[in-house]
Design a protein around this ligand. Structure first.
Ligand SMILES: Cc1cc2nc3c(=O)[nH]c(=O)nc-3n(C[C@H](O)[C@H](O)[C@H](O)COP(=O)(O)O)c2cc1C
Length: 112
């Protein structure tokens, strides 16, 4: 089982969390723009993270649509300015980015 953390980070927060996660899991953390076709193919589990911009998780739709991601385990985390205890707002972000069907398979984590 090969896991990779892929982050899409404009100001560095999703990158920081991605690197912390990768350090714990002893796996690689790679910026989305540096992902190669081989790297996408090699991994079985993808932990993807990006900042919340106007309610959208940066790049998550592109990642979900990638053929190499389909059929693999995907985990999504996002980083925003919303406080961690603002449960309703965070649920709105989750529901706005992952369908109910997707939420059954894709664990979602928010860091704020
Ligand atoms: C234009 C813009 C829109 C944003 N919209 C949201 C938002 O809807 N919800 C939220 O919690 N944070 C919002 N933020 C804050 C970012 O999600 C936060 O700065 C995040 O750390 C950015 O991730 P990054 O550092 O990985 O790029 C917004 C920031 C910008 C610049």
């Amino acid at each position: 089982m090969k896991t990779i953390v892929v982050y899409n980070s404009k100001t560095g927060f999703s990158e920081k969390y991605g690197k912390w996660i990768a350090q714990e899991l002893k796996c690689e953390a790679v910026s989305y723009k540096n992902m190669t076709p081989d790297k996408w193919k090699e991994c079985d589990t993808i932990i993807y993270g990006g900042g919340v911009i106007a309610g959208k998780i940066s790049g998550v739709d592109k990642v979900k649509a990638r053929p190499e991601v389909k059929g693999k385990k995907l985990v999504v985390y996002t980083v925003g300015a919303t406080p961690m205890d603002a449960r309703e707002i965070i649920d709105t972000v989750k529901n706005g980015n992952l369908t109910k069907e997707e939420q059954k398979d894709i664990p979602f984590f928010y860091f704020g």
